[in-house]
Design a protein around this ligand. Structure first.
Ligand SMILES: NC(=O)c1ccc[n+]([C@@H]2O[C@H](COP(=O)([O-])OP(=O)(O)OC[C@H]3O[C@@H](n4cnc5c(N)ncnc54)[C@H](OP(=O)(O)O)[C@@H]3O)[C@@H](O)[C@H]2O)c1
Length: 221
C-alpha cells in the first residue's frame, strides 16, 4: 500500500481527496495545524475502512513539515502522491498598494517554501518507488492576478512556476507533476467545483498523467 499525503487537509477538498484516493487503496496522511480536527478526520476515515493518520505541521515551518511527512511515510508506507492544498490565510489577500514587502513573507512561506520543503522530503522515496505524483491546488489568482489579493497572486505565481519546472524535470523519472486551478469558490453541489467532483478530477490527473496545468472550471465562471 502506498500513501497520499494531503498537505492542508480539512473538511472540504482535503477530506474529499482522502476518500477518493482511499477508495483506490491508498493510505492517507492528513497534514494540518489543528491536532483535534486532524485526528478526528483520520478517525472518520478509519471508520470508513480507509487507512488514515493525522499528522500535525504548519506549512510555514519547513522543518516541521518535512518531519511530518517523514513520520507519515514511516507509519503508513511510502508516499506515492503528494497533494499541496492548504487554504491560504485571509491576511494574504490585501490590495496591491497596501502590500509591503513584509506582507509577502507569509504568502511566500506558505506557497513557495512549503511546497519546496515538501517536495524535497518526498522525492527520494518517489524515486525509490519508481513513480510518484505531485498535485498542486490553487485558486484562479495563480493564473490571473487580482489587485485586491496581492499576496496570493504573487506567491501562487511563484508556486506555479516551481511546479512547471518540476513537471518538465521529473517527467523522465516517472514522477508526474500537475496543477489544478480552481477559479472562484469551491461550491458543494456544483457540477464541476463540489469537493467530491474536484477530488475525482485530481484522481484523474494522477491516473492519466498528462499536462501540467488543468482548470476545474472556466476562468470567468
Ligand atoms: N475554498 C475555496 O473556495 C477555494 C477556492 C479556490 C481554490 N481553493 C483551493 O482549495 C484548497 C483548499 O480546499 P478547501 O478550501 O476545501 O480546504 P480544506 O481541505 O477543507 O481545508 C484546508 C486545510 O488547510 C489547513 N491549513 C491552512 N493553513 C495551514 C498551514 N499554515 N499549515 C498547515 N495546514 C494549513 C487548514 O487546517 P488547519 O487550520 O488545521 O491547519 C484547513 O482545514 C487550496 O489549495 C485552495 O487554494 C479553495
Amino acid at each position: 500500500m502506498t500513501t497520499i499525503a494531503i498537505i492542508g487537509a480539512g473538511p472540504g477538498l482535503g477530506a474529499a481527496v482522502a476518500r477518493r484516493f482511499g477508495r483506490e487503496g491508498h493510505a492517507v496522511a492528513l497534514v494540518a495545524r489543528n491536532p483535534e480536527r486532524t485526528v478526528a478526520l483520520a478517525a472518520d476515515l478509519t471508520g470508513e475502512g480507509i487507512t488514515a493518520r493525522g499528522v500535525v505541521a504548519d506549512v510555514r515551518d519547513p522543518e516541521a513539515l518535512a518531519a511530518a511527512l517523514a513520520e507519515a511515510g514511516e507509519a503508513l508506507g511510502p508516499i506515492e502522491v503528494l497533494q499541496y492544498s492548504p487554504v491560504p490565510q485571509p491576511e494574504f489577500m490585501r490590495p496591491v498598494l497596501d502590500t509591503t514587502h513584509a506582507d509577502l513573507v507569509g504568502p511566500v512561506e506558505f506557497s513557495v517554501y512549503g511546497p519546496v520543503a515538501a517536495v524535497q522530503q518526498v522525492l527520494p522515496g518517489m524515486r525509490e518507488l519508481g513513480r510518484g505524483t505531485i498535485l498542486l491546488v490553487n485558486g484562479g489568482t495563480a493564473v490571473v492576478p487580482h489587485p485586491d489579493r496581492a499576496g496570493t497572486s504573487i506567491a501562487f505565481a511563484a508556486e506555479s512556476a516551481y511546479g512547471h519546472l518540476l513537471h518538465d524535470t521529473l517527467a523522465a523519472d516517472g514522477i508526474h507533476v500537475a496543477q489544478l486551478v480552481i477559479p472562484g469558490a469551491i461550491i458543494p453541489g456544483h457540477h464541476r467545483k463540489a469537493p467530491a467532483v474536484l477530488a475525482d478530477t485530481l484522481w484523474q490527473l494522477h491516473r492519466d498523467r498528462h499536462g501540467y496545468r488543468h482548470f476545474a472550471d472556466d476562468l470567468d465562471a
